[in-house]
Ligand binder design. Structure first.
Ligand SMILES: [Fe+2]
Length: 197
C-alpha cells in the first residue's frame, strides 16, 4: 500500500500561495487513497473470480488514472522548491542543448506545451534507449506517456495547480513554476550514463 508523502516544506515558495499548495497536497492525498482502494478492490475481484464483470473493467481502467495522479504529483512536488538556475554545463544542461539546440529553445517548447488547451501535465522525458530528451503533453494523468521513458521534469497544468493564484493567467503560473524548479532533482533523475555530450 502507498503512503502520502509530506511536502509541507514547499508551503513558503514564492509565487505559490499557501492555500493553493495545501489544496494541492489534499488532492494528492486523495490520489494515494484511491490508488490503495483500487488495488484492494481489484485483488478482491480477482480472488472472487469476478474478472469478467463491468466493475472489474472500470476499476482496472481507473487504476492508471489514480496511480499516475499519485506518482506525477510526487515528481512535481519533488522538482519544486529550488532557487538556482539550471547548470548549463552539467549533464542535463548539455543534453538539453544537444537535443533542442539551446536551453531557450527547450524552454519555449516546454512552456508552449504547458499553454495548450486542456488539463494534464508537461513532462521532460528521457528515452533511456538513447538518452534523447523530449517534452511530452500528458492528457489528464494517463494518456500520452512514452513507453519505457524516464520522467525528468514534471509540470502540473491542471487548473487546480494555478487558478486560485493566477486565474486564467496560465503563462504567469508557468513562469512561477520555472522560477522554482529544483534542477538538481531533475538532473539526478537522468538514468542513462552519458559520455561527454
Ligand atoms: Fe495537481
Amino acid at each position: 500500500m502507498y503512503t502520502a508523502k509530506d511536502y509541507s516544506k514547499l508551503s513558503v515558495i514564492e509565487g505559490f500561495s499557501e492555500t493553493l499548495l495545501k489544496n494541492h497536497f489534499t488532492l494528492y492525498q486523495g490520489y494515494v487513497t484511491n490508488t490503495n482502494k483500487l488495488i484492494t478492490a481489484l485483488e478482491e475481484i480477482l480472488k472472487d473470480g469476478k474478472t469478467g464483470t463491468p466493475e472489474y473493467a472500470e476499476l482496472k481502467r481507473r487504476l492508471g488514472w489514480e496511480f499516475n495522479g499519485m506518482r506525477l504529483h510526487e515528481y512535481y512536488f519533488e522538482n519544486l522548491g529550488g532557487n538556482t538556475a539550471l547548470d548549463h554545463y552539467g549533464i542535463l544542461g548539455k543534453q538539453i542543448s544537444c537535443d533542442f539546440g539551446s536551453y531557450d529553445s527547450w524552454a519555449k517548447d516546454f512552456k508552449s506545451a504547458g499553454m495548450m488547451r486542456g488539463i494534464g501535465w508537461v513532462i521532460l522525458y528521457e528515452d533511456i534507449t538513447n538518452g534523447k530528451l523530449f517534452n511530452f503533453w500528458i492528457n489528464e494523468h494517463d494518456i500520452g506517456h512514452p513507453a519505457g521513458c524516464n520522467p525528468v521534469l514534471v509540470m502540473d497544468v491542471f487548473e487546480h495547480a494555478f487558478m486560485l493564484d493566477y486565474g486564467l493567467k496560465r503563462a504567469d503560473y508557468i513562469e512561477a513554476f520555472f522560477k522554482n524548479i529544483e534542477w538538481q532533482v531533475a538532473e539526478s533523475r537522468l538514468k542513462l550514463v552519458r559520455e561527454e555530450v
